[in-house]
Design a protein around this ligand. Sequence first.
Ligand SMILES: [Zn+2]
Length: 269
Amino acid sequence: MQWTNFIPLVSGLVGAIIGALANAFLRDRSDRRTAREALVGEIARHASEILAALLEFFRARQIDGAGLEKWSALAALERALGQGTALEIRIFREFRARRVRTAYHRLLNRSEILKDALSSEQALSEKRFKTGTRWVEEQISESVRVASAAAGIDLVDRARLIFVGWRKVTLKDRQALSYDPDPLPWEYALALQFADPLPQDAVETIHRRSRDRIGDMVCAIHDRAPHVVLSGQSSNFRVEIDACCALFAEEVNLRFMGLGHAERGAPTP
Ligand SMILES: [Zn+2]
């Protein structure tokens, strides 16, 4: 992870500390609630500005190649993302719930990652751009959803334990609570989250074999690649597949199965 990814988090934390002190002295609960409700509206409004800026940048590249329009569209997009970081500081100030903070942070991350994909040497196709914007939009709805819920009900206790309900913590839960950027929707990704340390060559073998097996898979309907997480003990791990639909997940699972058997017990020095 790049060090720049920490800037919004650190500045957010500073904002939260200052905000908490100010709130304790200056505000009562109802003020706080009103501020939260207003922020939810701002998240939605500002997210649509980011989407519009992404679209303009995409169009400018299509029309203009590497000319002036591209740079002014990119500048507008950077400004929109910068305002997003400013908004994030206020979100940290008003919301204690980690889910609200991570949901918005992930929204900015996804927009930033799509911006990078749009800026790369090879221009994105119309189809890929649509897949990318849908992926950002999903995070916008998620962010608005958790923020609205938190504006009414606080699900986080003061001991900073995260309440996920009375069920097993799923891959989606872990992703929702994480500040890490997620990979582009059409790019295959594999994450290893083993409890025990694994030698580097075993890690490389797992990456290579899984890439050989499922690295080229993309859902024919949704244009999305599988995102796979292996967790637990390396001798007895769990495979979680984050896929766009049940049909594709099944397809990925079938191809991945052989790997699961081959690797079980194998990654020992
Ligand atoms: Zn699909």
